[in-house]
Structure formats: structure tokens, C-alpha cells
Design a protein around this ligand. Sequence first.
Ligand code: ATM
Length: 239
Amino acid sequence: MRGLFVTFEGIDRSGKTTQARLLTEALGSEALGVREPGGTPAGERVRDLLKDAAVPLGAEAEALLFAAARAELVAQVIRPALEDGRVVVSDRFLDSSLAYQGAARGLGVETVLEINATAVGDCIPDLSLVIDTPVAAAAWRRSVRLDRIEAEGGGFQARVAAGYRELAERFPGRVILVPGEGTIEQVHARVGMGERLEIDRGPADLVSRAAAGLEQSGAWAGVSESALADERRPLHVAA
Ligand code: ATM
């Protein structure tokens, strides 16, 4: 595949969605932004099921459902875009399953990799940027109404965060921890520090190019810190 696959990861309310969107916007038509779970008709339905606090699910079924939604997204959207030479930026992907179901739910990374093998094939992210926000800092960004996974609480989020750190040790160069404290601009600047990384297919250069592009456009001028309060709120950028 000729394109480039970058994913953003992190605990709930870590700021990853904002960072994924900024990178996608900065890259313009070269990039395609997607999110997980979802992004296809079946995937969006599976997302609703997975988030429904009224539907109890075992860890295995949860992992399989995330993988099913992923299989659809890979086959219908991600793989065709990469084969077209585009850059795909995904808000969560395989490493979410490894951290949430593998580490935090206790299924184990190997088991979750096996569950995902058919869904993902060779569509592994070139670069997975984990926005590493402390659990206590992310907690204040929580919405009042919690979905099934958010309702697991701080102890669960801490296990997810530990899972991401283990992934960064296990897959150095592919999974990178980006400190999540500070303003949107500060975190984005850290994303741009990817130029210091040695990565075969050039995503580091791409990420730093995106950061430079954003600075030049002056788009940062109007980005408000309060946008972090709700990742799904549209960003305020200067006209
Ligand atoms: P977002 O909140 O980032 O849209 O993700 C949906 C939830 O699904 C999120 N919950 N919390 N907290 C993380 C969770 N999730 C997994 O547990 N495994 C996965 O493979 C994915 C993609 C998401």
C-alpha cells in the first residue's frame, strides 16, 4: 500500500480527537479522517451497541464487536484510500483494542491481536500517537452522561493508560507517547516533534509538515483552550 496510516490513541477525554482532526485539516485533501468504532453503516450500528450502558457485554464479545466494526472500516474505507496513496488519520484503531480489551479488560495483547488478525490483515498503522493525558486531568472533561465503557471509572482508565505505555515499549517507533498536558497548541507542537523520530516510511516528516503548515496558516491564533472541554465540539479557529 502506497499511502500512510496515522492513528491517534489515548484514554477517554485525552484530547486525541482534537489532535486527529487538526492533523487531518492541516493535510487538506491529501488526508482522510476516520474514527473508530464507526465510519461505515454497520460500524456505526455496532458503535451504538458497544456504547449502550443498558447492554451488558463480556470482554470477548466486546473485542469481537470492535474487530467486526474494524473489518468493515478497513475493507470499505481505509484500505482503498491507502491503495490510492492517501494519508489516513484515524481517531482510534487497533491499539485501542490492545489497550482496552487486551490490557484493561485482561484478555491479553496476544489474544486481541489474534482476534483482529482477519479484520486488519496488513493494515497496521505506520504511526500510532498516544496522547498521554493523566487520568486525573482527563476526568474533568467527562460528560455527565457516561456510556458503558466510560462508566468503568478511573481505575479502568488507569489500566488503559498503563496498557498504552506497554504498547509503546513493545512497539517502539510505531507507538509513540505524546505528553497530553497543556494547551491544544502545546500538544500539537509535540505531535510535530515526530521529525526527530526515525521511521521508515516517512510519517514523522509528514506530521511535522502538517504542524508547520498549521503554524504558517495562523490557524492556531483562534484555537481556544476551552475547546478541550468537549472533544466533539467544533474547534474555534480564526477566520
Ligand atoms: P471514543 O469515545 O473515542 O469515541 O471511543 C469509544 C469508546 O470505545 C471509548 N470508550 N471509552 N472510554 C474507547 C472504546 N474502545 C475500545 O474499548 N476498544 C476499541 O478497539 C476502540 C476502537 C474503542
